[in-house]
Write a protein that binds this ligand. Structure first.
Ligand code: ZN
Length: 191
């Protein structure tokens, strides 16, 4: 849901969908959108409030607005429900602050890119029990398949890259991330 299109009526619709969902998201802040950050913040707050009231975890999209996103999540009590910082592109220090609030950090195909720096740092240094993996398909295609639309089956490219950086068995890493996902999003078990 792009924030430029969000209206009070759509927020009502979001609230109505809650009984059918296992999380609220992606929601968040992105300075690369044409919608003003002020408007995005107001909508993000309302969406987080819906999630907290509904006791559902939050899937957060954040680009270039980490401090603001962290403040809003903390102020709105999102630590009570937790969630995932999807396709995280911030620093290790920033990631640790989100982890302290109760969020997991999701890594994507960017860890497979030869020029990657921050994602590798995240993959190496963050605690395993707060890591999850995603494809973000059709975006963030692993380097090996670059130029093509990403697909869920290629998640193992990301898993192999992260496992190599952490010097561990890819199967163990995949299992840990899977377990983390179910812990953070318990509603997945019912789907
Ligand atoms: Zn996103």
């Amino acid at each position: 849901m792009y924030s430029g299109l969000v209206s009070p009526a759509l927020l009502d619709q979001l609230a109505m969908l809650i009984p059918h969902g296992c999380a609220v998201g992606e929601i968040g802040l992105d300075t690369t959108y044409s919608v003003s950050l002020e408007r995005q913040e107001a909508l993000f707050r309302q969406q987080v409030q819906i999630a907290v009231q509904s006791r559902l975890p939050v899937l957060v999209h954040c680009r270039n607005a980490f401090q603001k996103t962290l403040s809003i999540l903390a102020e709105e009590g999102a630590g009570q429900v937790g969630g995932i910082m999807h396709a995280f592109s911030g620093s290790v220090d920033m990631a640790r602050q989100f982890i302290r609030l109760g969020f997991a950090i999701s890594l994507s195909g960017t860890v497979t890119r030869p020029n990657a720096v921050k994602p590798l740092d995240l993959a190496r240094r963050l605690p395993l029990d707060h890591l999850v993996l995603e494809t973000d398909a059709p975006d963030m295609t692993p380097y090996r398949y670059r130029g093509r639309w990403n697909r869920p089956a290629w998640i193992m490219e990301t898993a192999r890259a992260v496992a190599e950086l952490r010097i561990m068995d890819p199967a163990d890493l995949a299992q840990a991330c899977y377990d983390n996902s179910l812990r953070i999003l318990p509603g997945l078990r019912g789907l």
